[in-house]
Design a protein around this ligand. Structure first.
Ligand code: NOJ
Length: 934
């Protein structure tokens, strides 16, 4: 709250200095008076939930908690504060760094993007984006990518990888950052984020699952950014959602992330029901730390913190990058957190819990045995550069140029292959390699004239698209373009001629080339990214689903003269294909997504049949007007009110909306062809006698504290004689023994009851919630309640992969069908395999708002098939029991042999299965060279 007065000048400074915030287009817009519309509905409300649950070492966190408690018990107040607070934007070498504890040799922790590699570093790999992992439908590849990415983070000296992403989930198809995550289906996302986290953390690096929660669009995510674009909004957008939708859709994959042990979670910029993501006691204290029993720590997104003590009480554990806004030199925490504990505003137990949670994540992944000092610099590629880039001070060795890539190119290529989705094939593919004349057409086939990394954070759309833009990127070590790879292939095979035209607007040359071609490969794309970069008027989010660079016209020009046109799409999500997908001259269509550095190689493997495509669409491709949701681009609540984005579609996003509204998509969720065919038969759904579901009961212990707080204020003064103060750097120290003078808070001294929520400092035992009890939620939710079996036969002539999908109808008030199982199977020609999946209790339950628990649906219908619309087999699951009875729940559940479920429908088609003196705290980075006193 005290920042109200501080924010204005600080934020103006940011606007003036940070160019990404103020594009000329934004300026122009700002100078025109935008009309305000006002919001007429009742403003959504997020109920207060206090106190913040203290970590208890539940699940498999107990050993990590023992170590963390022992560690934190030795710390001084200022040392604890240093663990929780970043040193400020560009204060050290990573995109975020905490303070250090030199007395114990404990270094600053390094937080580094991204979800697809190491951002801002050399000699690292550019992995396929999350959306491509989703298109593989392969948990094993998700795990392998997690391991490989995190090995690179570890080699570079990163402690926390800022990924993976399951928020945005992908509510709006134009959402700018959807591609960083997996799919707009919570089950698919949850099934892939879990192995990704396990892979990352198996290497000793902490995963940071982000952005929690409902961060579903870039527009208005942050007021300063929006103002830079000319919008007169002063608060972040509020995503307004009901409890059922929250649980069944948006919270679902976060539950899987917590269950997989994610060490940290990043709270988001947006508001949730009119309470900021990092201040929201309902989403942080109640949902995340109580219901999901999250044992790790909550980190703020960069500048997503909006208040000091109240955010700590609402459940925030670490502030990043530490300053209120970039380069203000002020912090809501740091000095102010020290003051808050000294003056009793923040109970010691809450600060101790913050520190214990951070250290528990550290020990949970084994960071104590895997530590590598940071050896790269986010702010410079020079070997020697300022250690404190914010103020350009202390030149030191910042880049050691260590090659972290190992043999990761092979996993990147494998994911590229496996994520390629064949949408149409009139026999044109695979190519034989003997084509007499191959035309490669379209800018998306070639190189960025500025070089693959020529646009900072990939903030342009030049050349082939292999990742979106923003903080979710890494630099390419190289980028094999489709043009290079196809040309190489043809030249090496020694047959045919190959020509490329990479200028989409060279119309007459394109027509001349395509006329003579035996096959024309036309490359088109659509890009998006993070909101701080505007590419061609796309302010993070896409303006529409239209292909970029006049892709429709490009395809038209080629198809008008070439009857063997193969379209390859690189895109961040669905695109509008309606103008050409059913043109007879379009003989094949491939969606290749964002494949990373091996783009061209992976594509060639599929085009020429080395690999049989088996990817499936992780979203729906429909006509643009047929989606139930879109990005909100006009503020609707006046200048001073937060834009209100009501999620009125509830559960009906993506395929669920198409299904509910009876709208035929063009290519449905889960769809993808193969060079072979599959048939489905013999569905058997067998109920399993799981132990009854038991609501979790009981209460916590009283809040523990670790160590005692030295209350002698003078001990916390800045240790002038010991360390040199770095300007703008955030410290835990006081500037004066007068706490008020030290705080810079104009509201200092306000009576606590005017700003501290009731119960927020309560340390007495607290009740658990019924759906809680273990990381991820009540363990009984993962009891197996049914098995699903079917026979899948490869009816073609080549081996191929089939992703067998299980959908469930959960009855009234639910989407017609929801995904609840899948497995990617490799099947030899003529062979049959048995697909097998287990349905958990949660899979066949819906959220009951009244009891605040999951309730199992009786007799749901189970479907199995090759996509969300090709479901040849179905059966009722009988014998499902309702929740609410009493005996202890167990995650295994006892499995009976059960009785095969009677009703099996037809059976045709293709598809799958199964404290010493404070003065000893340095400026935060013991491994950095000391100041020369300049
Ligand atoms: C803001 C982005 O939203 C987040 O994803 C990223 O990790 C941080 N910036 C740090 O770069």
């Amino acid at each position: 709250m005290w920042l109200a007065n501080l924010v204005a000048p600080a934020f103006l400074a940011v606007l003036a200095s940070a160019s990404p915030f103020e594009k000329s287009e934004g300026l122009a817009k700002r100078q025109t008076i935008l009309p305000y519309t006002s919001y007429n509905g009742t403003l959504a409300y997020s109920p207060p939930k206090y106190p913040s649950p203290w970590g208890r070492g539940s699940g498999n966190w107990s050993a990590a908690y023992d170590k963390a408690r022992a560690f934190v018990s030795q710390l001084t107040l200022a040392e604890k504060v240093n663990l929780t607070t970043g040193v400020g934007w560009e204060g050290e070498q990573c995109v975020g760094n905490t303070g250090s504890i030199p007395r114990l040799g404990f270094p600053s922790l390094c937080m580094q993007d991204s979800p697809l590699g190491v951002r801002f570093a050399d000699y690292v790999s550019a992995f396929p984006a999350g959306i491509n992992v989703a298109a593989t439908w392969d948990r094993g590849l998700a795990y392998a990518r997690g391991v490989a990415m995190a090995e690179e983070h570890r080699t570079k000296g990163v402690d926390v990888q800022l990924g993976p992403v399951c928020g945005p989930l992908g509510r709006a198809p134009e959402g700018g950052r959807n591609w960083e995550g997996f799919a707009p289906d919570p089950y698919l996302t949850g099934q892939l984020i879990g192995p990704t986290i396990e892979g990352i953390q198996s290497t000793g690096v902490i995963a940071c699952t982000k952005h929690y929660i409902l961060n579903e669009q870039e527009h208005f995510r942050q007021a300063p950014e929006a103002q830079g674009y000319g919008y007169n909004v002063t608060e972040s957008v509020s995503s307004n959602v009901d409890d059922k939708t929250l649980h069944e859709l948006y919270l679902w994959p976060f539950a899987d992330a917590v269950r997989a042990g994610t060490g940290s979670i990043m709270c988001s910029y947006n508001q949730v029901n009119n309470s900021y993501g990092c201040s929201n006691s309902y989403t942080l204290n109640y949902l995340l730390k109580n219901e999901l029993d999250f044992q790790g720590f909550v980190m703020s997104d960069w500048q997503a913190q909006h208040s000091g003590v109240s955010d700590a009480l609402a459940g925030l554990d670490m502030t990043m990058p530490g300053d209120t806004l970039f380069l203000t030199g002020q912090s809501y925490w740091g000095t102010n957190l020290t003051i808050a504990v000294l003056n009793g505003t923040l109970p010691q137990y809450r600060l101790d819990d913050m520190a214990v949670r951070i250290m528990a994540a550290y020990y949970y992944v084994g960071r104590d045995t895997h530590y590598v000092p940071t050896n790269f610099d986010s702010w410079s590629r020079d070997t020697y550069a300022p250690i404190h880039a914010a103020v350009e001070s202390q030149i030191g060795l910042v880049n050691q140029h260590i090659d972290a890539r190992a043999n990761h190119a092979s996993i990147i290529r494998a994911i590229g292959q496996a994520s390629t989705v064949l949408l149409k094939n009139n026999g044109a593919l695979p190519l034989s390699g003997n084509e007499k004349w191959t035309a490669i057409i379209g800018e998306d086939a070639g190189s960025n004239p500025y070089g693959a990394n020529g646009c900072s954070d990939r903030g342009c759309n030049n050349g082939t698209l292999a990742m979106g833009w923003g903080s979710g990127t890494s630099d390419f070590p190289y980028l094999v373009t489709p043009e290079q790879a196809i040309q190489n292939y043809i030249l090496n095979s020694g047959k045919g001629e190959v020509f490329a035209i990479l200028d989409n607007y060279a119309q007459s040359q394109i027509v001349t080339l395509a006329k003579q071609a035996s096959v024309s490969l036309v490359f088109v794309n659509a890009d998006s990214g993070e909101g701080y970069i505007n590419v061609d008027g796309n302010e993070g989010d896409r303006k529409n689903l239209t292909l970029w660079l006049d892709g429709d016209r490009l395809i038209h020009n080629v198809t008008s003269v070439c009857n063997n046109t193969i379209v390859v799409i690189h895109s961040v999500g669905p695109v509008d294909v309606s103008a050409w997908y059913n043109n007879d001259n379009v003989t094949a269509v491939i969606w290749a997504g964002l494949p990373g550095q091996e783009s061209g190689n992976a594509l060639v493997d599929v085009l020429y049949g080395k690999i049989n495509p088996g990817g499936k669409l992780p979203f729906t491709i429909g006509r643009p007007t047929d989606y139930t949701t879109s990005v909100m681009t006009t503020p609707n609540n006046g200048q001073f009110g937060a834009p209100q984005q009501d999620f009125t579609e509830g559960l009906l996003i993506d395929y669920r909306g198409f299904d509910a509204n009876g709208i035929e998509p063009i290519y449905e969720f889960g769809f993808g062809l193969s060079y072979t065919t599959f048939s489905y038969s013999n569905l058997v759904v067998t109920p399993v006698n799981a132990a009854p579901y038991t609501p979790f009961t009981g209460q916590t212990s009283a809040a523990p504290t670790y160590g005692t707080v030295d209350t002698n204020v003078a001990d916390y003064l800045f240790p002038n004689g010991t360390i040199e103060r770095v300007p703008l750097y955030i410290y835990p120290y006081l500037n004066s023994t007068n706490l008020q003078a030290s705080s810079s808070d104009p509201d200092y001294g306000l009576p606590a009851n005017q700003y501290l929520p009731s119960g927020s400092s309560d340390s007495s035992p607290q009740p658990f919630v019924p759906a809680g009890g273990a990381p991820g939620g009540n363990p009984g939710l993962w009891a197996t309640v049914a098995t699903v079996q079917a026979t899948i036969t490869n009816t073609g002539k080549v081996a191929g992969d089939e992703v067998v999908q299980v959908y469930v109808s959960l009855g009234d008030g639910e989407p017609p069908r929801v995904l609840r199982g899948f497995e990617r199977l490799t099947i030899a020609p003529g062979a049959s395999v048995t697909f097998q999946a287990e349905l958990t209790r949660k899979d066949v339950s819906t959220w009951d708002v009244a009891s605040q628990n999951w309730v199992q649906v009786s007799n749901p219908t189970i479907y199995i098939g090759s996509s969300s619309r090709k479901l040849p087999l179905s059966a009722k699951l009988s014998g499902g029991s309702s929740s609410g009875s009493s005996s202890a729940a167990s995650s295994g559940g006892s499995k009976s042999t059960g009785v095969p479920v009677s009703q099996i429908s037809d059976g045709q088609i293709q598809a799958t299965r199964t404290a010493p003196p404070v003065s000893q705290i340095s400026d935060g980075q013991p491994q950095s060279p000391k100041s020369t006193g300049s």
